[in-house]
Design a protein around this ligand. Structure first.
Ligand code: SAH
Length: 402
């Protein structure tokens, strides 16, 4: 290490609050902090000590967040410098390469934040364009070095930064949206299992595309032959295109974003799929499902992939009502023997609670249903065992009684 160690800022934990950190959970909440020595500013590297002064980990400090520190390393001898990020990023990307995700596909999540030992850093790949999203003061501090390393390892045509998620406000960070390296092509495209999708990296949601649903979309394709499908919250048409390629008889897709629907229709053409079997509706799903019920419409397959209703556990109750409402309506719209793919990407709703909500919805709808698959994010969104919060996406494939 360079510099005088005793002058380096340090964070001391309250008695007993070292336990989760020793289990390698990567966050220190403000309530766990006994005192801070030195005068660190947000983004600075500091040492974490237990109350007796034993070293536990290296972390990035954040003065503005409920999460006072996000941990980089538990190895006292490991310097937090550009070489550290190079090692972590190389390991994350090599881990993806070993999963054979690139067959017929040009997109994947290269770095999944806490789960890859890089709290607050997301990097998604869409062909030769990388989109980087920064959600922590620590990554913000190392932003230029991280961009250089990405350029060095991946040699992309462009690194685009989409650091404009709402959660940045909670971290005391201002939004940023723009090119970080290279030149953004006029059109960005990602290929997923052979299907081509236009990705609006500058204005689209999240980093432009929902890579986490990749394998669940593929499962949809295998089950959609001859089905009348209803795809709710369709965004740019992900599940819809898979269902059409899988031989669905008809696919009705709903979303409240006109821009997303515009790209969805273009994606259909881009893949030479039969537009006569597809209908796109700009609609609020909560309203549209009631309308479909009142019209007596029914479907063989329904997909519910709503946005995050509960970013944290504090919103769980309100979110639970939202999930129950749409799932109850979906159960009523399903034909006997029909399939429901239902998802929640809310960090504040556990897998167990989600299943309970769905069970309540089925009961109130008066249908008997079985779980045939438990669904999760694709393997390029791994979950670190010490960070169960990384398992934000949960889903169920249900079959209602015939
Ligand atoms: N299934 C998609 C991702 C869904 S993201 C995929 O595979 O790519 C959630 C979508 O819900 C967004 O496109 C957003 O525009 C839409 N949305 C949010 N609230 C909505 C509402 N009340 N009614 C309809 N769509 C809504």
């Amino acid at each position: 290490m360079v510099g005088n160690i005793s002058a380096m800022p340090a964070l001391y934990l309250r008695v007993g609050r070292e336990k989760s950190v020793l289990r390698h959970h990567p966050w220190v909440f403000s309530g766990a902090v006994e005192r801070i020595d030195g005068a660190p500013v947000s983004g600075d590297t500091l040492r974490i000590y237990d109350t007796d002064g034993n070293f536990i980990a290296w972390a990035a400090y954040n003065a503005s967040s409920q999460i006072s520190a996000r941990l980089w390393s538990w190895d006292q001898d490991e310097a937090i410098d550009k070489a550290f990020f190079h090692r972590q990023m190389t390991r994350a990307i090599a881990g993806r390469n070993a999963l054979n995700l690139a067959t017929d596909s040009s997109g994947m999540r290269l770095i999944h934040a806490e789960s890859d030992g890089l709290p607050g850093l997301i990097v998604d790949q869409y062909g030769d364009v990388l989109v980087m999203q920064i959600g922590s003061a620590g990554v913000e501090y190392w932003r230029e070095e991280i961009a250089d390393i990405l350029q060095d390892i991946c040699k992309p045509a462009c690194i685009y930064e989409r650091s404009d998620s709402d959660s940045r406000t909670l971290e005391g960070l201002t939004p940023r949206n723009g090119v970080l390296r290279g030149v953004l092509p006029d059109t960005v495209e990602v290929i997923e299992h052979g299907l081509r999708f236009e990705v609006d990296v500058a204005e689209g949601q999240k980093t432009g595309f929902y890579l986490d649903q990749r394998d669940n979309r593929a499962l949809t394709e295998t089950l959609s032959k001859d089905c009348d499908v209803l795809n709710c919250f369709c965004y740019t048409g992900g599940f819809s295109l898979y269902a059409l390629r899988g031989g669905a008889k008809s696919v009705l897709s709903l979303d409240a974003s006109a821009e997303a629907l515009h790209i969805a229709a273009k994606n259909l053409t881009r893949n030479n799929l039969d537009a006569s079997r597809a209908e796109w509706q700009d609609a609020d799903v909560f309203v549209a499902l009631r309308k479909l019920r009142d019209q007596g419409k029914t479907f063989d397959m329904i997909i519910l992939d709503p946005p995050k209703f509960a970013p944290t556990a504090a919103f769980a109750e309100k979110a639970a009502r939202g999930y129950k409402d749409i799932n109850l309506l979906a159960f009523k719209l399903l034909r006997p023997g029909g399939l429901l793919f239902t998802y929640s990407c809310s960090g504040g709703i556990s897998e167990d609670l989600f299943q309970k909500i769905i069970a309540g919805a089925a009961l109130d709808a008066g249908v008997d249903a079985q779980i045939v698959h438990h669904l999760h994010a694709s393997p390029d969104h791994p979950v670190r065992l010490s960070f169960p919060e990384g398992a934000y996406l949960k889903g169920l494939l249900l079959r209602v009684a015939g």
